[in-house]
Design a protein around this ligand. Structure first.
Ligand SMILES: [Zn+2]
Ligand SMILES: [Zn+2]
Ligand SMILES: [Zn+2]
Length: 165
């Protein structure tokens, strides 16, 4: 596992994150022969408003505000599409959705969830996947879902805590 933690983790230009995410989304969709429709694109953009996962109801409310057809089936279909395309992940313990910054590289979503600011970071750790598959198979179990969500304090919040004390 490679760690990229530093105290500037969250002090970044988030517009760049959003811009890149939308660019990647366009590329991933055209590669898959899919269309990033208006509602899909706007849903993705809203999920990317921050690094805090967004719940389906919050998304629904925001889309309704903007005059989209925000009937739950429409919104859930858009979420299903974004999930299937690998553009977002579902953070199960928060029952909310997170934009993926590596949508062009298929991977399992493993998450570091900050108790303090609720920001969620992904960490890429192929070894976990391989060991889980292997260990489960030893018990004759076929793995279908892996929910790995670790909670704690992020670098930014830790820095803030130590500067306050
Ligand atoms: Zn960002
Ligand atoms: Zn991801
Ligand atoms: Zn934090």
């Amino acid at each position: 596992m490679t760690e990229h933690h530093n105290s500037h983790e969250h002090a970044h230009n988030h517009d760049v994150c959003i811009e890149q995410a939308l660019e990647t989304a366009e590329a991933v969709c055209s590669e898959q022969g899919q269309r990033l429709t208006k509602v899909r694109r706007r849903a993705l953009e809203l999920i990317w408003q921050s690094h805090r996962p967004l719940g389906a109801y919050q998304l629904l409310a925001k889309l309704a505000e903007e005059g989209f057809n925000s009937a739950p089936p429409t919104v859930y279909r858009a979420l299903d599409f974004l999930l299937a395309a690998g553009l977002i992940h579902k953070v199960e313990s928060m029952n909310a959705y997170l934009g993926c910054a590596h949508a062009d590289q298929p991977h399992k979503g493993y998450f570091l969830i900050c108790d303090e600011c609720q920001n969620v970071m992904e960490f890429d750790y192929q070894d976990i996947h391989q060991s889980l598959v292997k260990k489960a198979a030893e018990q004759g179990f076929e793995l279908r879902a892996e929910t790995i969500e670790l909670t704690g304090l992020c670098a930014e919040c830790r820095a803030q805590e130590s500067s306050e004390s």
